[in-house]
Design a protein around this ligand. Structure first.
Ligand code: NAD
Ligand code: ZN
Length: 353
């Protein structure tokens, strides 16, 4: 779990006092990975407390993080500084959270990041790392994984060393998120709830967090009783609870298939989950019904026909990525999932998208 957390509008201004005691020495900098959407945004960047050799590295979230990108960033840091950094701080959405987590791990572990994709393969603790989410929904701020696209698959580095040492939850940072993106990333949280609450791995721990997040999502996306600020505050907490819910269970069908779309077509996580979830009535009837209401209420048009021109070989690539995520299917369907989920079943679903 995340060791330390602050919550509150404006709490981002505390970053300096939070980091100060963590500085190892003058030669060990704090490295900030900041979403490049904030380049030139003084409201945010003027509050980043730079001293000595500290550095801001702007990272684009246009594409999801890749293992090669992580390896390059780590190499650059090792070449540029005499000592290991005092800390890595990620400021942005799920992409940037994942970059910060992965770099912090790889600074203290030999080899390439692709070798650590999977469960519990990391040997050494990561460099101190801090997460500051600027968009809510993924739960990446709380999870024990960092999702990377590698040469063979899109898969997380799941380990006890992955979670942040400190998170700053400042809902005010989400105020300029564009509406469609707000919906897609918010729906990631909603889908986490549905997949967790309807999974065979469910236990009292996951259920408690999942139910709270689900309740918040309904309030935010279906009702009209919240001010904009309340809605931002609540979505940030929904994201946290949704992430906690899957921390002790798993995601399911939508995520498995969305990873396939992401790997082959570069479709991003939030919108990919929406595209898939829209067709999953058979697996999550109630959840999909509410999703369609939310989509309509917020006038969201999902892309259609994204698999229309794919070759059989391309379908096979997506299907293999999806099927390789065994824990997700086992959670969704049960131990005998292979009887029900065949390549033909997945192909028929992908063809609808
Ligand atoms: P993102 O990081 O992809 O960002 C989405 C868009 O929103 C980007 O264009 C970004 O620049 C913009 N943005 C972010 N904050 C903004 C702000 N305050 N104002 C204006 N624009 C802003 O979005 P995401 O949906 O949060 O993250 C998706 C990524 O998270 C994927 O790479 C996915 O694999 C990963 N993910 C990780 C976990 C985990 O547990 N580690 C869980 C779910 C998803
Ligand atoms: Zn997700």
């Amino acid at each position: 779990m995340v060791s330390k957390i602050v919550f509150g509008r404006g709490s981002f201004s505390q970053l300096g006092e939070i980091l100060e005691p963590k500085r190892l020495n003058r030669n060990a900098p704090f490295i900030y990975f900041v979403d490049d959407v904030f380049k030139g945004n003084a409201w945010l960047t003027s509050r980043i407390p730079l001293a000595y050799d500290d550095k801001i590295i702007y990272v684009s979230a246009d594409e999801e993080p890749k293992t090669t990108q992580i390896d390059q960033l780590v190499e650059q840091i090792i070449l540029d500084y005499k000592e290991r950094p005092s800390g890595i701080i990620g400021i942005g959405g799920g992409c940037i959270m994942d970059v910060a987590k992965a770099v912090a791990i790889m600074l203290n572990n030999d080899g390439e990041s692709k070798d650590y994709q999977g469960w519990d393969l990391v040997k050494n603790p990561a460099v101190y790392h801090v997460g500051v989410p600027t968009i809510s929904g993924t739960g990446a701020e709380v999870s024990r994984t960092t999702i990377l696209t590698g040469p063979e698959r899109k898969l997380g580095i799941n380990s006890d060393f992955t979670p942040f040492d400190q998170v700053i939850l400042d809902p005010e940072l989400t105020k300029d998120v564009p509406k469609d993106q707000w919906f897609y990333t918010g729906m990631d949280c909603y889908v986490h709830c549905i997949e967790s609450l309807n999974g065979t791995y469910l236990n009292a721990f996951s259920k408690t967090y999942g139910e709270k997040a689900f309740e918040l999502c309904k309030e935010i996306f279906l009702e009209d009783n919240l001010s904009e600020e309340e809605s931002q505050d609540k979505l940030m907490m929904a994201s946290w609870h949704g992430g906690m819910s899957i921390a002790y269970s798993q995601v399911g069908v939508a995520h498995a298939m969305s990873y396939g779309l992401g790997y082959l077509l570069g479709v991003k996580h939030g919108i990919g989950n929406c595209i898939v979830f829209d067709h999953l009535e058979e697996y999550y009837p109630e959840g999909v019904k509410l999703f369609k209401q939310m989509k309509e209420k917020h006038d969201i048009q999902l892309p259609q026909g994204i698999c229309a021109n794919l070759t059989d070989k391309e379908f096979d690539i997506m299907i293999n990525v999806a099927l390789s995520l065994e824990p997700l299917w086992e959670n969704a369907i049960g131990k005998n999932w292979k009887k029900k989920i065949t390549p033909e079943v997945l192909k028929a679903l992908y063809q609808k998208m």
